[in-house]
Design a protein around this ligand. Structure first.
Ligand SMILES: [Zn+2]
Ligand SMILES: [Zn+2]
Length: 352
C-alpha cells in the first residue's frame, strides 16, 4: 500500500495519457495491453490493474482490494468491455492489500493460476494465518522505545486485522516468480525483476522488445512509495534496498520504456524519475542529519522534521516507519550513531 504522504515533485516526465479510464472501463495503453482503474477507499483512491493479451484471453496484473465493489467491477468487465474473452492467469506484484486483496476470489471465480514471488505469497499467508501476531510485547516495545506514542503503537500492532478485512484467502497453490525468470504472456516475453524496499520481493515485468515496464509501486510518477521498517526486522534497511533497486533499474533498463505503474498515470522518464526519488531520500537524510547534529533524537522526535504538518494516527504510523527506515539506513553508513537511551527511549546523534 502506498500513502499520499510522500509527494515528490516530478519534472520532465511525459504522460502519454492525460487521464485514467473511467471505473469499469478499459483503455488500450500499448498493443495487447489494457489499463483498468479500480477505486480504493483510501486517500490514494485507486490502483492501476493491467490486462496483458494472452492467446485468446487476458492475463491479469494485480487485483484491487477484496470487497464487494471490486468483485462487481471484475464481473462487469468480463461481461462488458472484455466481451466474454476469458481471463487466463493472475500475476500479483506484491502482498499489499490493494494489489493482492482480491486474488483468492479472482482465481476461484475465473479458474486462474496465481503467479507471484514467494515472499509475496508467504507474506500474505503469514498475516492471514496469524493476524494478531504483531500485537506482542517485543513488537510493541520496538515502537515505544523509539518514542512512538501508545495510541499509534496500538494501531500499528493490530494492523493485521485491518489487512485481513481487505484480503481474501489466497489460493492453496501458486507459481513462484523469481528475479531473472523469463515469462511468456501471449506473444510478449517479459523479464521478471524483483525489487525490495517498498515490499519484499516485489515483482516487476519488463519487455525489452515492446519497451514496456510494469513497475508496480517501485517507481510512481508523483509520489514515493512508503519505505517502512517493521518491528519483526527492527534493524532492517528497506531504504538501502529501495535505493539499490532504483540504481539497478537505472542501469538495467533503457530510459525510453513506457512505465506502467501501480498508481497514477503511466509515463516516460524512468532515469529522471529514479534520480528524483534517490535525491528525495537523500534530502530527507540531510534533514535528519541536521536535526541530530543539534541534539540526540528518537525516530518519533524526527517525524515533525520530515512531516511538519499534523498527522492522524494512521498517517503517524506510516510516518514513523518511514523515518525509522531513514535512521536505519544512516546508521548503516555511519552518518548516525546510537546516543544515550534516557527514560527507555533510544536516540540517535549525527556523526558529523
Ligand atoms: Zn500500491
Ligand atoms: Zn504497495
Amino acid at each position: 500500500m502506498v500513502d499520499v504522504l510522500n509527494s515528490v515533485s516530478a519534472a520532465d516526465l511525459i504522460y502519454p495519457f492525460s487521464e485514467p479510464p473511467a471505473t469499469g472501463e478499459i483503455k488500450l495503453v500499448a498493443p495487447g495491453v489494457l489499463w483498468i482503474w479500480i477505486p480504493l477507499p483510501f486517500r490514494l483512491n485507486h490502483i492501476n490493474v493491467y490486462l496483458i493479451e494472452d492467446g485468446d484471453g487476458w492475463a491479469v496484473l494485480d487485483t484491487g482490494i477484496g470487497n464487494v465493489q471490486t468483485r462487481a467491477i471484475w464481473e462487469n468487465l468480463v461481461r462488458g468491455p472484455l466481451r466474454g474473452r476469458k481471463l487466463t492467469r493472475l500475476i500479483v506484484t506484491h502482498f499489499h492489500p490493494d494489489h493482492i486483496g482480491l486474488a483468492g476470489w479472482l482465481c476461484e471465480r475465473f479458474g486462474l493460476p496465481l503467479l507471484t514471488s514467494q515472499t509475496s505469497y508467504l507474506g500474505c499467508l503469514n498475516i492471514s494465518l496469524s493476524p494478531g501476531a504483531l500485537d506482542a510485547a517485543p513488537y510493541r516495545d520496538f515502537y515505544l522505545r523509539h518514542g512512538l506514542d501508545p495510541e499509534t503503537t496500538a494501531l500499528v500492532a493490530t494492523q493485521g486485522h485491518g489487512y485481513l478485512k481487505m484480503v481474501d484467502n489466497l489460493p492453496p497453490t501458486f507459481m513462484r516468480l523469481v528475479d531473472g525468470d523469463s515469462l511468456k504472456i501471449g506473444n510478449k516475453t517479459f523479464a521478471v525483476l524483483t525489487g525490495d524496499g517498498h515490499a519484499p520481493e516485489q515483482v516487476m515485468l519488463y519487455s525489452p522488445a515492446e519497451k514496456l515496464f510494469f513497475a508496480a509501486d517501485q517507481v510512481l510518477a508523483k509520489i514515493s512509495p512508503n519505505v517502512s521498517v517493521w518491528a519483526v526486522d527492527p534493524d532492517g534497511d528497506p531504504l538501502g534496498l529501495y535505493l539499490r533497486s532504483l540504481g539497478q533499474l537505472k542501469s538495467m533498463l533503457p530510459d525510453d520504456v513506457l512505465i506502467l505503474p501501480g498508481h497514477q498515470l503511466p509515463f516516460y522518464g524512468l532515469y529522471g524519475r529514479a534520480t528524483q526519488l534517490i535525491a528525495h531520500h537523500e534530502e530527507r537524510c540531510c534533514m535528519i542529519e541536521e536535526a541530530c547534529l543539534a541534539a540526540p533524537r528518537s525516530a518519533a522526535d524526527l517525524i515533525p522534521v520530515i512531516f511538519p504538518r499534523p498527522l492522524d494516527p494512521h498517517q503517524m504510523s506510516f510516518a514513523f516507519s518511514e523515518v525509522q527506515a531513514h535512521v536505519n539506513y544512516m546508521l548503516r553508513s555511519n552518518r548516525l550513531h546510537w546516543s544515550e537511551a534516557a527514560g527507555g527511549i533510544q536516540r540517535v546523534s549525527a556523526t558529523g
